[in-house]
Design a protein around this ligand. Structure first.
Ligand code: MN
Length: 249
């Protein structure tokens, strides 16, 4: 059996190697990942320049493109003769909760897998840049979740978004099935001036934390739990159909 893994932190990210190691017991692992960090690239597909694939070592491919390019080319080109039965994206350095999923390349790689009809999982670790990442609990949980997904499958047009607290394994309390929460940021850009006097911007935003709503992904990881959120690909707002039908457009 073939498993495709990807990420948005790039082919050299330690989380990718940790994920490859964790899933190798379940099948033949193919790594197709961006040649550099592409965090925040969402579901972008590269359409207006050539995308080259470099085989770095057997079954490890670096792609000059986005996470979505990687999964798309991984499934439809590299593995076209024998497609993978599972796509796993991660292990991302940093959580992907609430609104983050709209920007996340990690989640989008898994969404692309789901769009291609393959059971897909995104895995993120809550480590911040200045913290030491501990991938062990994420590896261990991947080894628990993957056989379940392979056995039961995932419903059509869905994927699982997993967030793991960056703590020692024994500190993890439980696994909670959650809804997307709400993450708060303040401001949007750090404005600076270049040596020629022109303004430029670092898109950022101060992290104000999460709305601590019970049942949400953010609440779960804040309380030392692993969060598993089922995500749907159909973004239709079902409850609003009737409202807008009432507009008689
Ligand atoms: Mn990332």
């Amino acid at each position: 059996m073939r498993i495709l893994i990807s990420n948005d932190d790039g082919i050299y990210a330690p989380g990718l190697a940790a994920l490859a190691k964790a899933v190798e017991t379940f099948g033949e692992v193919y790594v197709v990942a961006p040649d550099r960090e592409r965090s925040g690239s969402s579901h972008a597909l590269t359409l207006h320049r050539p995308v080259r694939i470099h085989e770095r070592s057997p079954r490890w491919y670096a792609v000059e493109g986005t996470p979505t390019d990687c999964v798309n080319l991984g499934v439809l080109e590299i593995l076209k003769d024998d497609p993978p039965q599972l796509v796993v994206s991660g292990i991302n350095l940093g959580p992907n909760v609430g609104d983050d999923v709209m920007y996340s390349g990690t989640v989008s790689a898994a969404m692309e897998g789901a769009l291609l009809g393959i059971p897909s999982i995104a895995i993120s670790l809550t480590a911040l840049n200045d913290e030491n990442p501990n991938f062990k609990p994420a590896q261990r949980f991947a080894q628990k979740l993957i056989p379940k997904v392979l056995e039961k499958g995932l419903p059509k047009d869905s994927m699982l978004n997993v967030n793991i607290p960056n703590v020692e394994a024994y500190e993890i309390n439980a696994v909670e099935i959650t809804k997307l929460g709400k993450r708060r940021y303040a401001g949007s850009a750090d404005v600076r001036t270049d040596p020629r006097g022109r303004k430029y911007y670092w898109i950022t935003g101060e992290d104000l934390g999460f709305d601590d709503v019970e049942g949400s992904d953010a609440h779960a990881i804040n309380h030392g739990k692993i969060s598993v959120t089922p995500i749907r690909l159909d973004l239709t707002h079902e409850h609003l159909l009737e409202l807008f039908q009432g507009w008689k457009l």
